[in-house]
Ligand binder design. Sequence first.
Ligand code: SAM
Ligand code: SF4
Ligand code: F3S
Length: 470
Amino acid sequence: MERKNVLVPEADIARQWDFEEKIRAMFAARQAHPAACVDTFGCQQNVADGQKLMGMLESCGFTFTQDPKEADLVILNTCAVREHAEQRVFGNLGILTHTKRENPEQVITLCGCMAQEERVSRRVKESYRHVDLVFGPHALWKFPELLWQVYETRKRVFAVDDEHGTIAEGIPVVREKGVKAWVSIMYGCNNFCSYCIVPYVRGRERSRDPQCVLQEVRELIEAGYKDITLLGQNVNSYGNDLELGYDFADLLADIDQIPGEYLIRFMSSHPKDATKKLFDTMARCGHVAKQLHLPFQSGNDRVLKEMNRRYTRAQYLGLVNYAKSVMPGLVLTSDVIIGFPGETEEEAMDTVSLVEEVGFDALFTFIYSPRPGTKAAAMPDPASRQEKQKWFDKLLEVQNAQSAALHAAYVGKTVRVLVDGESDDGAYPLASRTEGNRLVRLKGDKALIGRFIDVKVTDSNTWALYGEPV
Ligand code: SAM
Ligand code: SF4
Ligand code: F3S
């Protein structure tokens, strides 16, 4: 990939401000106060994209509502990773025919990963004629221009060209209130795991300039954010395309130099690119949370090969053992797929045994979902849904017992947490997170929100810890 072609020129970004101004002026002339409803599905990358959409909308003069019936503009920012996520979006699109009938001026937008799939944009074009605007992740930066085009022409607009992707700096962001912030440090994926749609919809890997990342993190810390997560599909390959001899561990070490009281996390890490240098850097840097999300997907070497993951069970275990040795108390989480095409019960049980061997604090578990266009979708898949469900239930049983045991070991201990908001549990009105990102429901006053405090853990279950400030 030619790195010089990756950055969207500043002048093109600046041109978007003109479109934002046009949209603002159009509503001002009508003395209208437009509201937008932005509904985001999928991973944190998509959440971060949703915050950019809101930033651009705010610049266009929009306020926000959660209710599509009240909205002048509805945006579904979608995920394509599993079939279920797609079905939900088509269901929601169906419901929007009613809101549009009530308010024919309403503009309905489909964006995100699903929109980038040719199969999806064709279906929307043909069968969901109330949708006005469709654009994929590659066109996110020119959203104001696309929206203006809809308002000006009153024609449907589709911006879904397949491309390797760009990097757009300087897009405004509306962040969640509070202490947590997301920072994308790279976009796209080059790995083509055989089951996964992401490389097809998010383009090739491209890393942001380290100075841009450092500047953004510095600004967030100055603005009071205390729990900052660096995002990428595989942060361990950060910098490969920059050819600066600067890698993800170097970026972490540089961020760690920024003064202040804050934690840095990151996700996701691909085991094939995780290095001892990364773990040594994590161990050494005080601001870097001792928490690692390292998806292994399967504990069986044949399945890992078919998945095109490019590591073995033994290599994965070697990495985890090294990471634990340099970071005692490391909190480990992972992603797992059960029921990959051709997986046998014995192979699925290798995944369960890996879970038993490692002792993850939590797991994100998925039953394989075929994604049209990926290599795995064309593989024979003889196991029935019931069989896969049985293996999946076994995995959950083992993991839940493990999470409960690891959580129980906290009881009686004093841990440092960041109080990050209110909890939905009346007896424990505050929510907080340990450095390892474990949820601790807390007794205490709302005035503690936003502060790092020491708490005594008094109780636990599979999902959370309970405690009180000491
Ligand atoms: N880039 C991250 C990595 O490789 O660790 C993962 C990103 S993916 C959006 C999140 C998780 O979704 C994956 O780790 C995998 O477990 C799961 N996933 C991806 N494709 C899937 C599929 N076709 N069926 C079921 N789960 C899938
Ligand atoms: Fe998908 Fe694999 Fe890329 Fe993760 S590394 S986004 S699982 S292709
Ligand atoms: Fe994320 Fe879903 Fe796209 S998991 S990258 S929003 S396909």
